[in-house]
Design a protein around this ligand. Structure first.
Ligand code: PLP
Length: 396
């Protein structure tokens, strides 16, 4: 197919040219004496993305899933109790990994389309007088349903209960796109990956760990080797790695972090919010609804859109791909066939979002899904025009 293909899955996201070029270099000596001059400032700058002063960032050659494994195996022990809400494919997989590591998992099932039930968590934490929960796990942005949860509110519930459990956050599809504040929310471990807000290929688990969580590694006896924080600490302190690092990826990460810091994190978040809001206006104009059941859950990185009864969203996604070269996200697990997803995160602007909306609209009409031609695109266009005008006025 000639021309551009549209990548609007919620990760991997589009890789900006500056990042691609930064990675297009020859192989490097991973033990070179000048490597630390590159890696040590990178580790420092990554802390800015997590908004932490005291946390330590580890970059594992792995996808985000490895970050989950690193978080639990370095801090917890077999049989330790953890609290997690399950409301989408990724919170489900995280809970499953905990079970497979021999943890005692208290899973709260929540309807898909809602987020972390903070009041229920608060009750459970208050009732847990013996502090049996060792960690509370929060999926900040559930990519399967387009739901963002309130991490600060979970921290408050833990504080109100005086509960000492660790707070783990999966920010794979939120970090560097939606505000995340490691220090203010006193998050103990935040897990992210390279292929979403960082605008990189998949292949790096980027994990930030509090000093409190780091302190637990000597006593934690869950089996680990590749993901051992200790090995990373020993080598990272001098700017090296315990195994061969993917140096091109690190060069790309440097360029990506530079782009994020140049734009300014708050501007990055505002851009994601504005682009997402345009998509939401389009969904409303189509007469469709989001899987996210209330505005407080709306995700600024991915919208999961419910299609009318009697239609199959998997067939729609397939059709959009083969007819228009447009990649949309399929519905996963419980919402398979029921939703399609537009990923609106990373290196993205208004016209790119309009492409996704136009392609979705055309594909839906091809499948006889009753949406009016041009309705979603028009609603988003108007929102983008009006909100841009307001921004320009404010800046003047
Ligand atoms: C919220 C969330 N957590 C975890 C993962 C797993 O990350 P990875 O596929 O990089 O292992 C994903 C992947 O999409 C995700 O969206």
């Amino acid at each position: 197919m000639p021309g551009m293909r549209g990548l609007f899955i919620p990760g991997p996201t589009n890789v900006p040219q500056a990042v691609r070029l930064a990675m297009d270099i020859g192989m490097e000596d991973q033990r070179a004496p000048d490597l630390p001059a590159f890696t040590l400032p990178l580790f420092e700058d990554l802390k800015k993305i997590f908004k932490t002063r005291d946390g330590q960032v580890f970059v594992f050659p792995s996808s985000g899933t490895g970050g989950w494994e690193a978080a639990m195996t370095n801090t917890l022990n077999p049989g330790d109790k953890v609290l997690i809400a399950r409301f989408g494919q990724f919170s489900l997989l995280w809970a499953d990994m905990c079970t497979r590591h021999g943890l005692d998992v208290d899973v709260v099932d929540v309807p898909w389309g809602e987020g972390v039930p903070v009041e229920l968590f608060a009750e459970k934490l208050k009732a847990d007088k013996s502090y049996s929960y060792k960690a509370v796990l929060v999926t900040h942005n559930e990519t399967a349903t387009g739901v963002t949860s309130d991490v600060a509110a979970v921290r408050k519930a833990m504080d109100d209960a005086g509960h000492p459990a660790l707070l783990f956050v999966d920010a794979v599809s939120s970090l560097a796109s939606i505000d995340f504040n490691m220090d203010e929310w006193r998050v103990d471990i935040c897990v992210s990956g390279s292929q979403k807000g960082f605008m990189m290929p998949a292949g790096l688990a980027i994990v930030c760990v509090s000093q409190k969580a780091l302190g637990l590694r000597k006593a934690a006896i869950l089996k680990r080797c590749y993901f051992d924080f200790e090995d990373m600490i020993k080598t990272n302190k001098d700017g090296y790695f315990p195994y061969t690092p993917p140096t091109q990826m690190l060069r790309g990460l440097r360029a990506a972090v530079d782009l994020l810091l140049e734009e300014g994190l708050e501007n990055v978040f505002a851009r994601h919010h504005r682009l997402a809001e345009g998509v939401r206006r389009a969904v409303a104009a189509w007469g469709l609804t989001l899987c996210a059941k209330a505005p407080k859950w709306h995700s600024d990185t991915v919208s999961a859109i419910v299609i009318p009864e009697g239609f199959d969203s998997s067939a729609l996604v397939k059709h959009a791909y083969s007819r228009y070269g447009l990649s949309l996200g399929v519905g996963l697990n419980k919402v398979a066939g029921r939703v399609f997803r537009i990923g609106h995160l990373g290196d993205l602007n208004e016209l790119m979002c309009l492409t996704a909306l136009a392609g979705s609209e055309m594909a839906m009409r091809d499948m006889q899904i009753p949406v009016a031609a041009g309705s979603g695109v028009a609603a988003a266009e108007e929102y983008y025009r009006e909100s841009a005008a307001k921004l320009l006025k404010k800046a003047a």
